[in-house]
Write a protein that binds this ligand. Structure first.
Ligand SMILES: Cc1cc2nc3c(=O)[nH]c(=O)nc-3n(C[C@H](O)[C@H](O)[C@H](O)COP(=O)(O)OP(=O)(O)OC[C@H]3O[C@@H](n4cnc5c(N)ncnc54)[C@H](O)[C@@H]3O)c2cc1C
Length: 464
């Protein structure tokens, strides 16, 4: 008999569940209770007999955050497996990378018990300086700062609008917490997922097949699952690359970040926790014309450092290259839909945006929180967590916001990555106006922090 609708359930979830998700099974054989330890590497997925189950393809940060959030909320009532061929390497596969994590993401990691574990790996951004100039200009005039301004009602106790977080320790902490919570971790890829009656069958690279209620494709921008489900993709490559490096420097950064808009693209200097050869460190995210990258990076560390120094203005004393540089192709893309039958797209599998605002991962985290909420509501109502209404609710919660952020970052890149004089005047006037209006500044800070509108519960620091 279908469960009665919960009085607080969203309209979309007030329906009888369709089909049983079924217990997670390997190699076609249904398994009941206990640990899925069959075969190499599928470790520790705990679910009780008759429990629902979910498979996440992709152990990046959004995929692991979703798996951990759901496993912690539902324990043995939900089997959760993450599969990723990169899992044996843990966080080491992202060594040297760091991300700006907005306040909403911080709330999520606090709620998941991760934030304290990565204490030494995070650095608050307390101030941001934005400039707009040509490479050869002798100074980079400041048009906008995000330091707490006099007159800002929140200036007395401002929450940092973002933290720089090192990717390797963050991924390691997520993997450790997921394993401890009972998430199954499979160091193999998901080859294909086939919906069947009341469930979906996930075929892993090691030959096993898992029967689940829902598969989450968190397998990155080139998502194989998105393509197999024939979900359309609107996107293009930018003629730019994102160069990432870590530099060591002698003087403290005081938590200040810089973003220099140059005609070839933004050059960001983002504060990292203390350490390194000179005591202090910063992450460089440097956008360049793709065609210029071989010449810029081909000359060895000394020449790369010289190029960084040409763009690097804060007086930090001696600087040295600590890791990198590595160049990443940049693209824009958004899936035409975030769902198919028993399949949800998450993270870069659903959207890829320009890194100039440091929002790609943050969008993925917000989506992980929204999907965890939709699945949780269904489970609490006794409904099918992979049913169409759950996936519709997820898509409704996320697609518009994602589209808006993707369009905004694309527009900013077009507006700033050029040298046309009328555009330079217009954008510098705009930046100057924002700088003089505390209310408008607060609006942008809250937007960047992911705190505008009604974010999903986990992003507000609330339990699922
Ligand atoms: C230069 C640069 C700087 C950036 N800086 C920021 C920033 O400061 N802040 C921010 O919010 N965002 C930033 N981003 C965006 C951010 O890097 C991405 O949005 C984020 O890493 C996406 O995570 P993901 O897990 O969705 O995808 P990915 O990180 O691509 O992970 C996908 C995972 O799926 C796995 N996988 C692939 N195929 C399969 C399969 N078939 N089965 C199972 N697993 C599979 C892969 O091994 C991988 O681990 C930046 C991006 C760039 C390019």
């Amino acid at each position: 008999m279908p469960a009665a609708p919960h009085p607080r359930a969203p309209r979309s979830l007030r329906h009888p569940g369709a089909g049983a998700g079924g217990a997670l099974s390997c190699g076609g054989a249904r398994r009941g209770a206990g640990t899925l330890a069959g075969g190499a590497g599928l470790v520790g997925s705990t679910a009780r007999a008759g429990a629902r189950s979910l498979v996440v393809a992709g152990g990046g940060i959004p995929g692991l955050a979703l798996a951990l959030a759901l496993k912690r909320a539902h324990g043995e009532a939900l089997g959760v497996t993450v599969c990723d061929p990169g899992l044996p390497a843990g966080g080491a596969r992202q060594r040297g990378r760091a991300y700006a994590v907005a306040a909403g993401g911080r709330h999520l990691f606090e709620r998941l018990g991760i934030w304290d574990r990565i204490g030494p790996a995070r650095q608050p951004i307390t101030d941001m300086v934005v400039s707009d100039s040509r490479l050869a200009d002798p100074v980079r005039p400041v048009f906008l700062t995000f330091a707490p301004a006099p007159g800002d009602p929140e200036a007395d106790a401002p929450e940092p609008f973002a933290h720089m977080v090192e990717a390797e320790p963050l991924l390691d902490a997520l993997i450790t917490a997921a394993r401890a919570a009972g998430v199954g971790l499979a160091p193999t890829g998901l080859l294909r997922a086939e919906p069947e009656r009341g469930a979906i069958r996930a075929h892993l690279g090691d030959g096993r097949a898992l029967r689940a209620s829902l598969v989450v494709a968190a397998d990155g921008a080139a998502s194989r699952l998105r393509e197999a489900a024939r979900i359309g993709w609107v996107g293009w490559r930018y003629p730019q690359a994102g160069i990432v490096a870590t530099i060591a420097h002698a003087r403290d950064h005081g938590g200040r970040a810089y973003e220099h808009f140059l005609p070839s693209g933004p050059f960001a200097i983002l504060p990292l926790p203390p350490g390194g050869a000179l005591g202090h460190r910063a992450s460089i995210v440097w956008t360049e014309r793709e065609a210029d990258v071989p010449a810029l990076l081909g000359g060895g560390p000394g020449e790369v450092l010289a190029e960084i120094e040409r763009r690097f203005t804060p007086n930090r004393g001696e600087i040295a290259l600590e890791s990198g540089p590595s160049a990443h192709p940049l693209a824009f893309g958004i899936a035409r839909s975030f769902r198919a039958e028993r399949l949800a797209l998450l993270g870069d599998a659903a959207h890829v945006i320009h890194p100039l605002a440091g929002q790609g991962l943050n969008l993925g985290l917000t989506s992980a929180a929204a999907l965890a909420e939709a699945v949780t509501e269904a489970l609490r109502l006794g409904l099918d967590p992979g049913g169409p209404d759950v996936l519709r609710a997820y898509e409704r919660a996320r697609r518009f916001d994602t589209l808006a952020m993707a369009a905004a970052t694309d527009g900013l890149n077009r507006l700033f990555s050029n040298d046309a004089l009328p555009l330079r005047l217009a954008r510098d006037l705009g930046l100057g106006l924002v700088d003089r209006m505390p209310g408008l500044k607060r609006f942008f800070i809250d937007e960047a922090a992911g705190l505008r509108g009604t974010p999903p519960r986990l992003m507000r620091g609330e339990a699922l």
